[in-house]
Every structure is written in structure tokens, then in C-alpha cells.
Design a protein around this ligand. Sequence first.
Ligand SMILES: Nc1ncnc2c1ncn2[C@@H]1O[C@H](COP(=O)(O)OP(=O)(O)O)[C@@H](O)[C@H]1O
Ligand SMILES: [Mg+2]
Length: 154
Amino acid sequence: MDMRLFSVEQTQQVAQQLAKLLQLGDCVALSGEMGAGKSTFARALIRALAGDEALDVPSPTFALLQPYDTPVGAVFHYDLWRLSGPDELYELSWDDACEGIMLVEWPERAEELLPEGALHLTFTHGAEEEDRHLTLHGWPDERLAAFMKSSARA
Ligand SMILES: Nc1ncnc2c1ncn2[C@@H]1O[C@H](COP(=O)(O)OP(=O)(O)O)[C@@H](O)[C@H]1O
Ligand SMILES: [Mg+2]
């Protein structure tokens, strides 16, 4: 499935809709080139989970992991661009993260350690400055359809 995101605000609204559907044990894999919108999406999602619009959500480019305590449970935001190899994940709370809510930028770097049931979101640039194309796969059809439906109303 796929959708168009015509503005930063629309990307943030879709992230807020996804936040309502996430449960402990879920993993959201965010793919796309630099500047595609992965961190923008993750930031809006984490703020929604935390119930705090002003929460500081730094990009975990150097630490690789930024954890959060939220009312929904523990949230683990990864940016694996600088990961040396999947084994390094065990030093980055990966096992605990698999039982919380995970947001993973550059998920291909986790190789086979990425949870099987992950929702894969891939961002690509469109024709206009704020235009993005988002493709979605990995969740059962029914769950994906619920997300698409709530996003269409956003
Ligand atoms: N529709 C959109 N969705 C997300 N970001 C957008 C959009 N339009 C423009 N942008 C801009 O693109 C940039 C995306 O950066 P970022 O989210 O850090 O990307 P990434 O984490 O994929 O490298 C931000 O400057 C953001 O304001
Ligand atoms: Mg990023």
C-alpha cells in the first residue's frame, strides 16, 4: 500500500495516527535516503506516544539509540546508519527494545535481527519540495487497512 504526503504537517499527522495503533512489541522500520523524512516522522510519533508536543527528540545519529519512557511503555528510537554490524545491537538494548516499541531508521543494517512482524515505511521524494511518497508493508492487511483509513481522515 502507499500514500502521498504533501507537507510536513501531513507527515506529522500520519505519524500521530500510527501512534494510536502501536502496542508493546511493535517495530516500525523507517527507510529512505537522507532528508526523506524518517526522523520527522519518528519525532511526531514519539511526541504523540509521550503525549508531549514539545518533547525534545534528538536524532540518535551518534548514540544510535535514544530511549523514552511514555505512558504507552518504553520506546526505543534507533538510527543505525553508523552501526558497525548487527552484533553491536546487543550492546544497544536490542533485546529489551523488542519487547517495547521500536522505531528504526536504516533498518537494513540490523539485517536478520530486525523483528519479523515489523511495519516497513519507505519515504521517497516527490516532485515538490514537501512532496513525499510513502510505501507501507509488513503488517497483516487488516491492520494496515486500519492505519490507512485513520490516516486518510487525518
Ligand atoms: N512531507 C514531508 N515529510 C517529512 N519531511 C519533510 C516533508 N517535506 C519537507 N520535509 C523536510 O525534509 C527534511 C526531512 O529530514 P529528516 O526527517 O531528518 O530526514 P531523514 O531522517 O530521513 O534523514 C526536514 O527538513 C523536513 O522539514
Ligand atoms: Mg534521520
